[in-house]
Write a protein that binds this ligand. Structure first.
Ligand SMILES: [Mg+2]
Length: 278
């Protein structure tokens, strides 16, 4: 018995094309944005190394982190540029240690710190497998990072990350910073993707995950510590992973269109079946 269906005749009226996305269609994912510092690159470890090398002490990371948070907040608020912030942060750090340093000494300390950092950066172990999966899945990738331009581009290049990215958005270059929605939307616009087709992944709950969610993107908080540094908890709508190894499964479960497109060759059984009924 032949179940083949005859092709439609020209006289048949085609059904009207649906307007807009079908309401039952799963969300489409085209673009994944990734934070850099402490998401892909273990910056905390590198900074600890640099502080120990410069001061001989291993207990100064919390002080440095606190001062950094305060100064980065001024950058995010548009009150300081990155270059000035870096100088003032080091000046404040030395002052907290009771070290009186003039401007030249602060500059020298900061330069030495950067030299040590440049030899200490390392990727987390889960980064390359995740990036390779995302590329193999046919997704666009963007780096979206709050940092100064030259410093961050050097870091991205030195660690071999540049070839993975279709776009690199650095706050110090474009004049806005996460969580400003403009930062996220500029990346979507640059790559021709709707925010609803985009997911952002980062280690900061406020600037990365909640910022992305408020901008209309899918939001993933990478909580490598498992509990949040200050006991933070992700609000509804923000997904949490503790390693990038969990990201592919999360994306597949939330976005049914993620995956390597299946190209059926003309001679395969599936293609023959399709040809007999269409
Ligand atoms: Mg980060």
């Amino acid at each position: 018995m032949d179940f083949a269906v005859a092709p439609p005749t020209p006289s048949r009226t085609a059904p009207p094309a649906p307007v807009g996305p079908e309401p039952w269609a799963p969300p489409e994912l085209r673009l994944v944005c990734l934070d850099i510092d402490d998401t892909l690159i273990d910056c905390t470890a590198a900074i600890r190394v640099s502080l120990h090398a410069l001061t001989g002490r291993s207990d100064l990371w919390p002080l440095w982190d606190l001062i950094t948070e305060e100064h980065v907040a001024l950058v995010v608020a548009g009150k300081l540029g990155y270059d000035v912030m870096h100088h003032r942060r080091t000046e404040c750090f030395l002052a907290e240690l009771g070290i009186s340093a003039d401007s030249a000494q602060v500059t020298a300390f900061e330069a030495r710190r950067r030299d040590i950092l440049a030899t200490s950066w390392q990727l987390f172990d889960d980064v390359l497998p995740c990036l390779e999966w995302l590329r193999a899945a046919g997704l666009l990738l963007a780096a979206v990072t709050n940092a100064s331009g030259a410093h961050q581009r050097r870091k991205i290049a030195d660690l071999g990350l540049a070839p993975f990215f279709d776009h690199v958005a650095i706050a110090g270059e474009i004049g806005v910073a996460k969580p400003d929605p403009v930062m996220f939307h500029s990346v979507c616009l640059g790559l021709g993707c709707d925010p609803a087709q985009t997911v952002h992944v980062g280690d900061k709950l406020d600037t990365d995950a909640i910022g992305a969610y408020d901008a209309g993107l899918g939001a993933v908080w990478l909580d490598r510590d498992g509990t949040g540094r200050t006991g933070e908890r992700a609000p509804a709508g923000v997904h949490t992973v503790t390693t990038l190894d969990e990201l592919p499964e999360l994306l597949v479960s939330e976005y049914a269109t993620v995956g390597v497109p299946v190209q059926r060759a003309a001679g395969t059984p599936a293609a023959q079946l399709r040809g007999s009924v269409l």
